[in-house]
Design a protein around this ligand. Sequence first.
Ligand SMILES: Cc1cc2nc3c(=O)[nH]c(=O)nc-3n(C[C@H](O)[C@H](O)[C@H](O)COP(=O)(O)OP(=O)(O)OC[C@H]3O[C@@H](n4cnc5c(N)ncnc54)[C@H](O)[C@@H]3O)c2cc1C
Length: 484
Amino acid sequence: MSDDLSTDQLAALTEGLRDLLGPDGWLDPTDAPQLTVDYRGFYSGVPVLITRPDTVDGVRDVVVACAAAGVAVVTQGGRTSLSGGSVPTDYRPSVLLSTSRLNRITSVDPARFTITVEAGCTIEQVQQAAAAVDRQLGMDWGARGTATVGGAISTNAGGLNVLRYGPTRDSVLGLEAVLADGEVFDGMRALRKDNTGYDLKHLFIGGEGTLGVVNRAILKLFPRQDHHRTLFAALADLDHVNDLYARACALDHGGLTAFELVPESGLVGAVEVLGVVRPLETQAEWYLLARFSGSSPVDDTALTFLSAAVEAGLLLDAVVADTAAQEENLWLLRDELPPETLFDAKGAKFDAAVPIDRVAEFQRRTEVIAHDLCGPETVVFSFGHLGDGNLHMYVLKSLERGSRLEPDLIVEATRAIDRLVWEMGGTVSAEHGVGQDLLDRVAGQKSTVELDMMRRVKEALDPDNLFNPDRGAHSALSRKEGIG
Ligand SMILES: Cc1cc2nc3c(=O)[nH]c(=O)nc-3n(C[C@H](O)[C@H](O)[C@H](O)COP(=O)(O)OP(=O)(O)OC[C@H]3O[C@@H](n4cnc5c(N)ncnc54)[C@H](O)[C@@H]3O)c2cc1C
């Protein structure tokens, strides 16, 4: 694919696409500048045209025309991903393919627990359609009102319900995608079992838009879980989390729907800044925020778990939310923990996961690295999805409002802590994909063999590097040298 397209060639492409798609099917980038910048404002790029097809044929038209012209296609859903995958780059002419008009719920089948949707439907839209037939979608996270099914599939998004329903991958029964040569991969099968060779839909799940455009999907639904008990507990020691998790799972594995870590400094910040009510008088360095859910009451489960854990000395104190207001207070605390929100503090940031039995070791070893590299007053602020071993971890200069870790220390700390993650058998991206953000960091984590397998898949399905060029894990191979 050539990077040196003439102005005339690009004008011919955009004119042709406008004619094909009709007046509602495209936007001039100058009329929608917000679509050219990523959620965090870190990455931006101006496409030659923003296209908005509303049918599979329209998607095919865009792909085929771009392939013929040698112009890249960057697919965009709700633009909420956090690693720079959904915006065009400036160094390569590209067309943005927005799925905003592929937003129809095609059918809901409560008896078979499935829903068929177009890729541009938001997660909230699908949740509401499921609730209307007394069913529940497994997928859920803070960006539900904007994030789309296509984006969730392409980033294999996790979120708040991973313990119970798994990441997005576990909710996808079938999907349809347009390939680089314009062929349509029809994997719209709602079968729960199908052992007939490679399960090709998985190439697109977590594929970050690098292998095709996902048009439609069949998602699993679940019985509604209307009974919840959320508890907040002071940990006697961070080392106990593995034992606590095993106890909670053994008691009610499917019923444990959240198992989150909260630091004391985060609790203090949330009380001061957000007016969160302190749930416990007892102070500890770390707290557990957990929830049991079910189709029938789960009060006994929560109380049995807590009393046994306190008796075993794993918890110092605990409380169960008794009212909707108390429950809301606990989830407000959890949702607003990022230090950017609480303290306007910025530093080195990690979305890492390690095996849950090594979470405490990971926190301690990170503190040692951070103190050695950045000074003894440095804070390692961690919170998040403890049950998945997934910590949202920040190395901060301090917890003072507006604190900033120096850029060179961010680079050094990131490099050293990434190495620790690799050594501990973890991942530098538990949830947010690779995008443009993590190419070097993924290159260090994955073996040459693994990266080369990804490269070969990409070359087989998209030999001209049409889709989302220069992002996604397969692009990391060229960066492997020297990182090791
Ligand atoms: C407040 C907030 C909370 C969040 N919480 C979580 C969380 O708990 N867990 C989590 O995993 N993520 C979380 N995210 C990240 C984000 O919401 C997810 O990554 C989401 O899946 C992205 O969906 P999107 O529609 O916004 O995709 P986009 O950002 O538009 O795109 C993401 C990637 O998918 C590709 N893509 C999009 N649609 C298609 C398609 N139809 N076909 C092919 N490729 C496509 C894009 O090219 C890009 O590479 C959060 C984000 C925010 C802002």
